[in-house]
Design a protein around this ligand. Structure first.
Ligand code: ZN
Length: 210
């Protein structure tokens, strides 16, 4: 049996994708500070910072949107959040991705999205993937009206917590486009030996276009 990713910085063995340094745009840090402070207050922020090196902690306050950062910085911060605020439960990293997507899609866009297909933003995110990551490709395969497969290929997520952040972001993208009862599962993971990280999205309906 493959090892379950733990809330430690250690990389699980048996990954099918060779380790390489992936970079991520600074924009990825845009809502982390707001997430921590709005959900857990300044005290929560101090607990997160206590788990980070001063250099990594500084990124939370002063990221540069267009600069590339090693993805390890994001993993370290996400892990610090999970360990300091969620008892080490990596699944809760879902909340980080969902919050980020929610804040990225401001009210003006939200008004537009409600007239579009529930998968509109998800498909758009896939097209924009390379603007945010220097490795990997995200594809959206619509199997049924409310069933979508999302393979993320040629990408080493480094740690399972990042896969949960993605789960949250995919849920947020569907919800911004009115999807209701969204569930995102992650049946295959590179960190457990799969060739690509595969996500599956289902939802039960869409809110009315009122
Ligand atoms: Zn994965």
């Amino acid at each position: 049996m493959p090892e379950r990713p733990q809330a430690s910085a250690e990389r699980p063995k048996g990954s099918a994708v060779p380790a390489h340094i992936t970079h991520i745009k600074g924009l990825a840090f845009a809502h982390l500070e707001e997430f921590i402070v709005s959900q857990h207050g300044e005290a929560g922020m101090q607990r997160v910072l206590a788990r980070l090196s001063p250099e990594t902690g500084k990124i939370l306050h002063s990221w540069n949107a267009s600069q590339w950062y090693p993805m390890q910085n994001v993993v370290d911060i996400d892990l610090a959040v999970v360990n300091a605020l969620y008892g080490g439960d990596v699944k809760q990293a879902y909340l980080i991705g969902r919050f980020d997507l929610d804040r990225s899609v401001r009210q003006v866009y939200r008004l537009l999205f409600r007239f579009l297909e529930p998968t509109f933003l998800l498909k758009r995110s896939a097209k924009l993937w390379s603007n945010y990551y220097d490795r990997g490709a995200l594809t959206i395969e619509q199997i049924q009206e409310r069933l979508v497969l999302i393979p993320l290929s040629d990408f080493d997520p480094v740690h399972g917590c990042l896969c949960h952040v993605f789960r949250g972001a995919f849920a947020g993208a569907l919800e911004a486009c009115r999807a209701r009862g969204v569930t995102i599962t992650h049946p295959e993971c590179v960190l457990e030996g799969a060739r690509a990280c595969l996500f599956q999205a289902t939802w039960i309906g869409a809110d009315s276009k009122a």
